[in-house]
Design a binder for this molecule. Sequence first.
Ligand code: ZN
Length: 543
Amino acid sequence: MDERSIVMVKLTFYGGIREIGGNKVLLEDGKRRLFLDFGYPYSKYRNFYEEYLKPRAGAGLLDLLVMKLLPPLEGVYRDDLETPDLWQQFHQVEHYRRLEGVDGILLSHAHLDHSGHISFLKEDIPVYSTATTAFIAKAIQDSGKVDFDQQVCYFSPTVQKCPAEGWKQIAYLAGNSEKHQRHFRIADVKPEMLTTDVTKFWLQGFWRKTARQKELISHPLEEHVRCSFNLRCFPVDHSIPGACAWGIETSSGWVIYSGDLRLHGKRGKLTEAFIEEAAQLHPKTLILEGTNVDKATNVAEQEVYENAFKAINDAAGLVIADFSARDVDRLLTFLQIARDTKRKLAILPKDAYLLKTMRLLEPQIPDIAQENALVIYQETTASRSPAWWLRNIYQEYSSKIILAKDVVSNQGDFILCFSFFDLNELPSIRPRTDSLYVYSSSEPHSEEQEMDFWRLHHWLERFEIRGFGLPVEKNGKWEIPEDQKGLHASGHACAPDLLKVASEIRPELLIPVHCEKPDFYVDNLSGSGIEVKLPSEGKTIEI
Ligand SMILES: [Zn+2]
């Protein structure tokens, strides 16, 4: 018997199965183990939870394990979240396992549906990512309201308090003021680059401290070479910078994990290069996303520019542009439109913080201080004692700050980057009736989001603002009217592009994830020489 037949490489799928996001794939090769992403499963959460009904942080892992939002894997989660006797309740449940040691998490990008549940993993399991992904993940956590189930970069370990006499609770986990940082190992940057003067300064101020400038129990960024596997990190194009695909050399051959990707974006060349290099490895297995298997074509970012430019150029009053600012390509598209229509693009402080952070690693990102067409909108009811990161933004860019009153008197001068959740600024701005709301994001994919659009339409009616590119309800379905499409370039490849990725990489075996209709690959790759296996929850595929 040769060695290969003894060591069987196993892939077990705990998330991302017939759902968009929540990817959690366990790769095992003998005693070596990796997770490929460890994402927050939005659609599973929505089955049980909403804004005012959430898993109880004070119950540690209990709620998530009982509600099957986390796989029952003893030994991989933070000890401080485990109440005494926790695991005894789960020894008999389906897919329960005790795992001795995980060598790392390969994180594909900083979207929470790929990264969020890293929050629960033991703090010394290293996270392998690109430098941009590590920095964006931290900027998102610093500047957002982050629950205990989305603390990707740092967390407060909980302290178990014995119930006082007479209490009947089984556990009470209280937050600790100490913050612990996760161990990030950077795959695409050499250590020298992380210790140049500018990054050294930032590593002290940015990487090592929380948003409130508390010192973290910090772990410096490291290079990735210390992994027990031979790894390849391939930068790819997606709707957030820093995205990558991974290659893992196993006893059965190379396993390629795509993360999320597209070919039609501004950096589509990265994805092309990935396809070519991955093909040269003659991989055994390709784990490929399939978000847009039902889309036959893509909208390119250039079309978004052209369509949005046309609408905004004709507008006389205030323009509100609704898009994800983490999609930096889209932000740059609207910045160009602002320049070309002689307006100023007003971004929120958290977007400014993200841009500033990204510029550390990507010098082509515009410098807010130098960019004439860029200003920062300070929310009207901003706190008197803002967090450290926010105070820094206000100080560093003081000449760039605008307030509602500046917009009131010069409505035609601005494009405001607002989303639905920023609409409560409008009573201070009082948009005139010649205002325009440009929607440049995806159509709703849950009832809650449909409800938000229903409210958004009421806001627009209240202020008599014209909407453009907005989904409207027709026979119970929310869709963007045909003549107002083309304002959003998806972060994901369309069906023909996904088939190109598969057929050019040519793995022996393809396993779809992050996909609601994985049968697409079975139907379209039959007879191609590529075998397709569909994963199921908690089940192992041996390769
Ligand atoms: Zn994504």
